[in-house]
Design a protein around this ligand. Structure first.
Ligand code: NOJ
Length: 588
């Protein structure tokens, strides 16, 4: 046993050393590799880390993450090698929807700190060469925003047209489905002026009226306020929904089953984006990405093709929507990602992600969170995100393989749509057992439990009582433990980040799917300027043999694997361990 352990250890050392020297070699030649690549942009080559501030690090013991907490972890962010942070909303908010209900766009939420803290955070990030992308939530505001307070106060208020109102003497407007409302009704009656207001999300998130040029100007001014502070980009929340037919015609029966078809890509959306681009984006070196990409490739291209001067990159959900802790079809997964890649191969640019703050945890949905397979599958999934074309978005905690918490009791949930849907199901006689099972697996609170820093009380997240429970597996699954382990998910994440940054073949290279009918292995090549790499990802818990014969005849030399004993070269076939990821250079 001792001998086995010892030899395993020496293999790790040899591989780490081999990886290190390759990294160095690439670094030395790195800049030349990037020469003569057309269409280069920093945001194409950046690796974005999505940081959920409420759950990242609490500095003052109130149980809520904050800006000083993030500041205290800047060196950790730097150590990951990421290039940009996308910060979920930090503006003043009564927190009906964790900051996606903004009551003042030019101030910082009290729970998170002050504007001085923000300035220090931005400075600290920039000193470390990390860019900052802010969330811009302007499909709706909070009902506690001054605009809405004024708007609801009288029908003649100058702010009345900042929102969508329907006077009640006209009868009830045609139904609109609300994603978050306790009755699914997006029209809320307000007795002050005897009128209904529209809210696609919760009642405390009234939709802004983008048809009003005054409102649009306010938004551009807000964007310029942040841009002038030096931020590097915006992620536009729910933006595909902003343009509405304000006559509010009736939609066909059951439209809510595919509401995006009816809500997204309203007829003025592109003119608003062009205006925004001209007023704001064109004046700064910023990246722009909107949540959602419409209903077709054409919609997605129309949002991001450079010659249209609207947004920079598309953030489409078809792939991430396949995730399911109960299993999903790898063939479909491959088909979706390959179809999107090919639609964007010549024009436009995509975001690559398998998680965000609206999803359950990546390893629980797409990998295997059983401790026996958790680390290997998380490393494999991170390999996928970081070796595909498109800008990778890595969600905080996925670099550690944080897992779903899977609450059993409704009292543990914090998420507003989940709590409202619970009420709705109860009221309408829904099957509560099924509902509880569903949210246990899928509720976005799974992805919002506090970051697991170490094995001390509250995972080192807070000295107080956390706003949401911490996953009890923090005692073994935490950043401090993984720092010490050369073989950890965290350290593997760092190596794959580094590999991508130094090798444009992984960023800009042509993607080709191989062996598309293989139900367990996702295999693809990336090719650029005479260089060709193959990525093999075993998405199953079985050992599988991948046969190169049909596809590759050249030598294959190992670049990186999530298993320390992967052979340095491969012959006609390779045996892949459960959830093994392996990248070979196909010497031409
Ligand atoms: C999408 C955001 O990602 C989500 O967290 C939020 O609840 C809704 N938009 C409403 O703003």
């Amino acid at each position: 046993m001792r001998i086995t352990l010892l030899s395993a250890f020496s293999i790790i050392i040899v591989l780490v050393f081999a990886c290190k020297s390759r990294t160095k070699e690439n670094k030395d030649t790195g800049s030349a590799k990037f020469d003569n690549i057309p269409g280069r942009k920093w945001w194409k080559e950046a690796i974005v880390y999505q940081l959920y501030p409420r759950s990242f690090k609490d500095s003052d013991g109130d149980g809520i993450g904050d800006l000083q907490g993030i500041i205290s972890k800047l060196d950790y962010l730097k150590s990951l090698g990421i290039d940009a942070v996308w910060l979920n909303p930090i503006y003043s908010s009564p927190n009906d929807d964790n900051g996606y209900d903004v009551s003042d766009y030019q101030n910082i939420m009290k729970d998170f700190g002050t504007m001085e803290d923000f300035d220090a955070l931005l400075k600290g990030l920039h000193e470390r060469n990390i860019k900052l992308v802010m969330d811009l939530v302007v499909n709706h505001s909070s009902d506690e925003h001054e605009w809405f307070k004024q708007s609801r106060s009288s029908r003649t208020s100058p702010y009345r047209n900042y929102y969508h109102w329907w006077n009640a003497e006209r009868g009830k407007p045609a139904p609109r489905y609300s994603l978050f409302d306790v009755n699914h009704d997006a029209w809320m009656y307000d007795s002050t002026t005897n009128a209904y207001y529209l809210h696609y999300f919760s009642r405390k998130q009234p939709d802004l009226n983008w048809e009003n040029p005054q409102l649009r100007k306010e938004v551009y001014d807000i964007m310029k306020f942040w841009a002038d502070k030096g931020i590097d980009g915006f992620r536009l929340d729910a933006f595909q929904f902003v343009s509405k037919d304000t006559t509010f015609p009736a939609f066909p029966k059951n439209y809510e089953k595919n509401f995006i078809l009816y809500y997204a890509m309203g007829k003025n959306l592109h003119s608003y984006l062009k205006e925004m681009n001209q007023e704001v984006f064109s004046k700064y070196d910023m990246m722009s990405v909107a949540e959602g990409a419409g209903n077709s490739f054409e919609d997605a291209h129309n949002l991001v093709d450079a010659d249209r001067k609207e947004l920079d990159m598309a953030y489409a959900f078809e792939g991430v929507d396949l995730g399911n802790p109960k299993g999903y079809d790898l063939l479909q997964f491959k088909e979706v990602y390959s179809r999107w890649d090919s639609a964007f191969a010549e024009k436009g640019w995509l975001s690559m992600f398998l998680a965000n703050h609206d999803q359950a945890r990546m390893v629980s949905r797409f990998g295997n969170d059983d401790p026996a397979f958790r680390d290997a599958s998380a490393k494999m999934l991170n390999t996928f995100i970081l070796t595909m074309r498109g800008t990778p978005y890595c969600y905080n905690g996925d670099e550690l393989a944080m897992t779903n918490i899977g609450f059993d009791k409704i009292e543990d949930y914090r998420d507003v749509p989940t709590l409202n849907e619970y009420q709705y199901q109860k009221k309408t006689g829904g099957n509560m057992q099924d509902f509880m099972e569903k949210i246990k697996n899928n509720c976005r609170d799974n992805g919002r439990t506090p970051f697991q820093w170490d094995a001390t009380a509250n995972a080192g997240f807070s000295a107080g009582t956390p706003w949401i429970k911490i996953n009890p597996n923090y005692t073994s699954l935490n950043a401090a433990a993984q720092e010490k382990d050369t073989n950890s998910v965290l350290n593997y994440f760092r190596s794959i980040v580094q590999l991508r940054k130094e090798n444009p073949v992984l960023i800009h290279g042509k993607y080709t799917l191989l062996d598309k009918d293989n139900p367990k292995v996702y295999a693809y090549t990336r090719e650029l300027n005479g260089e060709k790499w193959i990525v093999l990802l075993n998405f199953s818990k079985d050992v599988v043999v991948f046969n190169f014969n049909k596809y590759i005849s050249t030598d294959k030399s190992l670049i990186l694997s999530n298993y320390s004993n992967a052979p340095k070269t491969a012959g006609a076939s390779v045996s892949l361990q459960p959830y093994q990821a392996v990248i070979y250079d196909l010497k031409q």
